[in-house]
Design a protein around this ligand. Structure first.
Ligand code: 2GW
Ligand code: MN
Length: 295
């Protein structure tokens, strides 16, 4: 009976009709026809039904190297409340301190996988090497286990729903500090000697390093390309101004994302609470830079 009701329901769903005259305060579509995801532009009921029918599993990757393991508890607990509710989720936790990964109660269909990786002395290297490890594990493991990957910073907490509306072949997130900025203020890498170089008359958006994803195949291509570019820079004795975030921005310029997330998906309350932001779904956790970073 349950399965009958389920299939019946997926045939007949009751919801309010789409509104043509919906929002005019934000850009909802890029010039290459990729949706930009803002609250009020989509219907979760329809999307959840579509993704449930495909029985999609989502991988959430996060790095917690050295002292950053302290962020894991809140990160995982809030993800259990808000991330991909009702869908299958694998948390992939990359750490050099597996014994310090907290045990968090998980709902059905959700798993934690701890992946032990090495630590690097320089924080810039810790941040950049994520590209190498993500590309390696994408082809080794993730491709067999999940449909989509969501790759995020760990010094964050979920504060509202982050669901299947974000999923697409290749997606990036508008950096909360630059979504209203002019092209000339984007902090792309502007030195031609770097592989991350973006000429000053190019660029669509400034994307955040802390939230991107897509199908495993697309994330593999992205992370491999960024890692290779980082290695070329290293051999040439140059490091991009914002490390792998600079390389990510270069990649997205020439491999346009198929979906873009609004800053609702990566917000920092230090930037205030603008009217345009109807939800703050994923928030930076304030960190004591001196103590936690231990440079
Ligand atoms: C980072 C900076 C200084 C000292 C240590 C670390 C560090 C970072 C660490 O000791 N251990 C660790 O696991 N990480 C990982 O790298 C962790 O997942 C963290 O969220 C991520 C990026 O570092 P974070 O969050 O301290 O830097 P943000 O918040 O300024 O990140 C932005 O800029 C970065 C590049 O400089 C990245 O692009 C990042 O994606 C951006 O959000
Ligand atoms: Mn961060």
């Amino acid at each position: 009976l349950k399965s009958f009701l389920f299939s019946y329901f997926s045939f007949r769903m009751i919801y309010t009709k789409p509104q043509i005259l919906k929002r005019s305060d934000v850009l909802m579509m890029t010039p290459w026809f990729a949706p930009i995801v803002w609250e009020g532009t989509y219907n979760s009921e329809i999307l959840n039904e579509q993704f449930r029918q495909r029985n999609v599993t989502v991988g959430l990757t996060v790095f917690a190297i050295k002292k950053y393991v302290v962020f894991l508890k809140t990160f995982l607990e809030t993800a259990e409340t808000y991330f991909m509710v009702g869908h299958r989720v694998n948390y992939y936790i990359f750490t050099d301190r597996p014994e310090e990964v907290p045990k968090v109660a998980l709902k059905e269909g959700r798993n934690v996988v701890v992946l032990q990786v090495q630590n690097y002395p320089r924080w810039q290297e810790i941040s950049m090497r994520r590209m190498e490890m993500l590309s390696y594990f994408s082809q080794q493991r993730f491709i067999n286990e999940v449909s989509y990957l969501v790759c995020v910073d760990v010094d964050m907490k979920f504060n509202d729903q982050v669901g299947v509306e974000i999923l697409s072949d290749l997606f990036g997130t508008l950096h909360p500090g630059f979504y209203t900025a002019e092209r000339r203020s984007f902090t792309y890498e502007h030195r031609p000697a770097s592989q991350a170089y973006v000429p000053s008359d190019e660029g669509d958006f400034y994307y955040a390093g802390g939230f991107f994803g897509g199908t495993v195949t697309e994330v593999y291509k992205l992370t491999k390309k960024c890692h290779e570019a980082i290695m070329v820079d290293k051999a040439n004795g140059i490091e991009a101004i914002w490390q792998e975030e600079s390389h990510l921005n270069k990649y997205f310029l020439y491999h346009k994302p198929t979906k873009i997330l609004s800053p609702e998906y990566l917000w920092d309350d230090n930037l205030g609470r603008p009217e345009i932001l109807k939800k703050r779904r994923f928030l930076a956790v304030p960190k004591n830079h001196a103590a936690i970073r231990n440079k």
